[in-house]
Design a protein. Structure first.
Length: 364
């Protein structure tokens, strides 16, 4: 074999090896399928809980949904019972309930007299943009503080950050919301007290339901600034809780890495500390932090009830709060199904990302 042939064969082998890194192994595919099957089973379990909740609540669902006037009409009551399978056996009712869910029918809210799916489409974008803002700054600050604390273990900054993060985790959200509202709005007047927009300012044309995105799409910069300004206080409260979680989690993940042999070897080579931290420490600790990202986002969606109630922020949390106060079972179960689905799907995505980041998951 000539030198040119050997060079070509070696380059082709190098290309095949480089492309093989992006091809999932059979073990990794089995790992994804197992996680997907577990996700489907958990989703079915959530539907069982939601369906059971609608059946154990005392009272006649038809009379509650149709109201005092509609419940007096026998034909209307019969139509309602037939539509939702209330005149069938329990297994048939559950099967019909699943079919309605697959078609996007979550029932009709007692409070708004609208389909719950329409209510969710209206309120979810507000909470989603609030959660994205809180998670972005929460992870940015939390990862920075957690890494800084781990690199200065047992020093004064580390001990101070541990106390602060523990306080952020322990403090109730509604209490933090009231404290932040008192100082930033009532005492200092630095931020608006509630709502999504200032009085007299109309919402941008509906495209996604998120005021920040819709205002940018239609070039309404004043509306965009006002929407961001009204999100500051509720996002700050949620961010404080996220920072507590991420700081402690990042600190633990970094502490497990800094004592590894390859980190000591990198420092022994004389590499700058910044290079060691970014290329070796944070890269190795990234899977643990990525695992936390999806769970924290779902936690913010579910835990925004008190924050949105304090700031009159018309999102999913305020909708769930009003549904719980008025015993609006379709609204409660619809919110439960949505939040649980987001939580389970994000958990599945995080597991897959963890498998992509950590080579040990790729079982050949």
């Amino acid at each position: 074999m000539s030198v040119l042939q050997e060079t070509g064969a070696s380059s082709r082998g190098a290309r095949r090896a480089r492309y093989a890194r992006y091809v999932p192994s059979a073990g990794f595919l089995r790992f994804v399928l197992r996680r997907f099957a577990a996700m489907v089973l958990m989703l079915l379990g959530v539907t069982v809980v939601a369906w059971t909740l609608t059946n154990v609540v005392p009272g006649d669902p038809a009379a509650t949904s149709l109201g005092p006037v509609g419940s007096l009409d026998p034909k209307l009551v019969e139509f309602y019972q037939h539509k939702y399978g209330l005149d069938k056996s329990l297994p048939e009712q559950y099967w019909l309930y699943l079919q309605n869910l697959l078609h996007g029918d979550l029932g009709t809210s007692f409070s708004t007299n609208r389909p719950v799916a329409d209510d969710l489409r209206q309120f979810v974008p507000a909470t989603a943009e609030l959660a994205v803002l809180a998670c972005f700054f929460g992870f940015l600050v939390g990862v920075t503080l957690g890494t800084w604390a781990a690199l200065r273990r047992e020093a004064l900054p580390d001990q101070a950050l541990r106390v602060v993060s523990l306080a952020g985790l322990s403090a109730p959200q509604f209490w933090l919301a009231l404290i932040v509202l008192y100082f930033f709005f009532f005492k200092w007047g630095l931020a608006p007290g509630g709502g999504r927009l200032s009085p007299g300012l109309s919402a941008p044309p509906h495209t996604t339901g998120a005021y920040t995105i819709d205002s940018l799409i239609h070039g309404q910069w004043s509306t965009f600034k006002d929407a961001i300004w009204h999100m500051m206080l509720p996002a700050l409260v949620l961010c404080l809780v996220i920072v507590g979680y991420v700081t402690r989690y990042t600190r633990s993940a970094v502490l497990e890495v800094v004592s590894e042999d390859y980190v000591r070897a990198a420092r022994a080579k004389g590499l700058p500390e910044r290079t060691v931290v970014v290329r070796y420490v944070l890269r190795a600790a990234a899977p643990a932090v990525v695992t936390l990202l999806g769970l924290v986002f779902a936690f913010v969606l579910a835990g925004s009830v008190f924050v949105e109630s304090v700031y009159s922020y018309t999102g999913l949390g305020l909708y769930a709060f009003h549904g719980a106060v008025s015993l609006d079972i379709p609204a409660i179960t619809g919110t439960l199904l949505f939040v649980a689905t987001i939580y389970i799907v994000l958990n599945f995505v995080v597991d897959v990302l963890y498998g992509l980041i950590d080579p040990r998951i790729r079982i050949a």
